[in-house]
Design a protein around this ligand. Sequence first.
Ligand SMILES: CC(C)(COP(=O)(O)OP(=O)(O)OC[C@H]1O[C@@H](n2cnc3c(N)ncnc32)[C@H](O)[C@@H]1OP(=O)(O)O)[C@@H](O)C(=O)NCCC(=O)NCCS
Length: 195
Amino acid sequence: MLYAIAHFLRDKLRWLWNFVECINAWLFSLRYGKKLKIFSFSGLPTGYEVTPMRDVPTDKIVEFFSRQPEEAFEFFKPHGFDMKSIKRLQRNRAFLGYMLLDTENGNIAGYCFNRCFFHGVGYRGRMVDVAYRGEGLGTAMNKLLNEVGFGIGLRLFETVSKDNVASYRSALSASKVKVVKEMPHNELYLEILPD
Ligand SMILES: CC(C)(COP(=O)(O)OP(=O)(O)OC[C@H]1O[C@@H](n2cnc3c(N)ncnc32)[C@H](O)[C@@H]1OP(=O)(O)O)[C@@H](O)C(=O)NCCC(=O)NCCS
C-alpha cells in the first residue's frame, strides 16, 4: 500500500513527493542517524570498497549511469539519473545510497541503495556496471544492503521482475525472502528476511 502511494506521489504529484521526502528524511535521521554513524560494513567483496554516494562527485555518478546500456534500465527505474536528481539523492538522509569502487582503478563498479522510510522500512535496489556483471557483485551488494538495513533495525523489501533473471537470482542468493504479493507484469513484491 505504502509502495503504491509512494509511486503515485512520485509520478503524479512531484511537489508533494518532494515535501514528503524532506519530512521523511528529517524523521528518519532523528530515529536512525546515531545508529548509522556507528555502522560500518564488514562483508566487502575482495578488491572493492564501498562509499556512501554523497561522498562521490555527482558528475562521476551521472557518468556511471550514462555509460550503461539501455537494457540495464528496463527493470531499473527508481529515480532520475541526471545531475539534479542525483544531487537530490545525495542530500537525502533517508536514501542510503552506496557506490562500489574498484580499488585497482577507482572505477564505479556498482551502485546500490536502501530507500528508507522513518517508520522502519527500506526498499532495496542495485545496478552493476555492465563490464563487471556476472562476477557476484549484484549478490554481494544485496548482502551489503542487508547488512546496513538489518544492522540499524529496518525491515527490507524490494520488487523484482521474474523476467529479470539475474536480479531475481541474486535476490534469492543473498537472502531468505518471502513473497508478499504477486504484482502485475510478472513482478514480485518481496520481503527480505534476516538470516
Ligand atoms: C541484476 C544485476 C544487479 C545482477 O548483477 P550481477 O553482478 O551481474 O549478478 P551476480 O553475478 O551477483 O549473479 C546473480 C545471479 O544471477 C545469475 N545471473 C547473472 N547474470 C545472468 C544472466 N544474464 N542470465 C541469467 N542468470 C544470470 C548468476 O548466475 C547468479 O545466480 P546464482 O546466485 O544462482 O549463481 C545486474 O544484472 C544489473 O545491474 N542489471 C541492470 C539493473 C537491474 O535490473 N537491477 C535490478 C533491479 S533493482
